[in-house]
Design a protein around this ligand. Sequence first.
Ligand code: SF4
Length: 411
Amino acid sequence: MNKADSGRLAAQLEQCGCQLALRWEAADLLIINSCSVRQSAEDRASGRLSALKTLKKERKDLAIALVGCMVDSNIEDLKRRFPHVDFFLPPQGFEPLIRWVQNRSLISTHERVPPPPVVSTPSAFVPIIEGCDNFCTYCIVPYRRGRERSRPPQEILGEVEALVQKGAKEVVLLGQNVDSYGHDLPKKPDLAELLTLLNSVPGLVRIRFLTSHPKDMGSRLIETVARLDKVCEHISLPAQSGDDEILQAMGRGYIVAQYRQLIARLRSAIPGVALSTDVIVGFPGETEVQFGRTLSLLEDIRFDTVHVAAYSPRPGTVAARSLHDDVPSAEKERRLHEVECLQEGIASAINARLLGQRVEVLVLGKQQGKWFGRTRMDKLVFFPDDTGRTGQLVQVKVERTSPWALQGVSL
Ligand code: SF4
């Protein structure tokens, strides 16, 4: 979502006449788009902001903006910590910065309509719903990004058509809880309806969406994903824990048996579907036995990808206010490492099954002399080729596999 926000802000600034600086030291305006989902992300942004103090002293004309989730209602505290920063803007509250740029007129002042992001890759992010109503007890998102607000389907359709005209082949529909799309709109369209609408856009070849919530993913959506040819067989479905008590303390709204049933329904409706999940280890009160249940869930389901994070209390959340962060850091690290080791073995075996097979790759760019792209099931694939391939669908024969990527030759 932050990448999408950055893209949209960059597009708006470009429309005001700005150009991307090739080196940050050469910029007139520096923008840090922050994330506050974990303490480590906030610490990184704070470190960068502090490092800019000297530059600001040397260059009084330099403007610095901190935007994104770190900016909450307590702006005074941020102003005290970072007096050299000129703008503090919450997610989607970029308007004052745009106005300032226009007024400096660096710049033309034609009518402002939020433009679709500039496409620099064949895969584009399209936010469809902002914010979250779920209030999982550990999560800062509803406090920083507010309640759910869906964009009208026709507006999304228009943006997707514009993106395709600029070269996008794939769109990734984004939302903190994408499955609840549309409930706040007058005609209450749902995600299934939106996917059906976008599936008919000529020139668009792939559609993905993330992130889903296990309590909101219904049969209608599963059937729609199975039916539509452009919607990829790839579902991101955070489990967070394999233990019912921990799930309850997290406020997730489902139990492990329901999660397992949902996975079974997905696998039966969408053969070969690739599954990714998110897991938090070291949640307050998580015992070794409860952590073991998370490992068992991962072993049983065998996800293609697992994103694992150690619990980090976020000030203002229910968990930070009322639960004691009692799992020591070293133990959290150990559990995190255990999940990573387990997943490495599982992903290694899943990917090894693709050895010798032909896969279809949407090429996204070039890295270290090789083209890279993704399959419909989100596998990262590298292959050498002398001709320009970006944006093409290429058939690749897989010759080597690892837990993280596939290597092959184009056919
Ligand atoms: S559903 Fe996701 S974004 Fe919403 S509160 Fe829970 S963890 Fe945070």
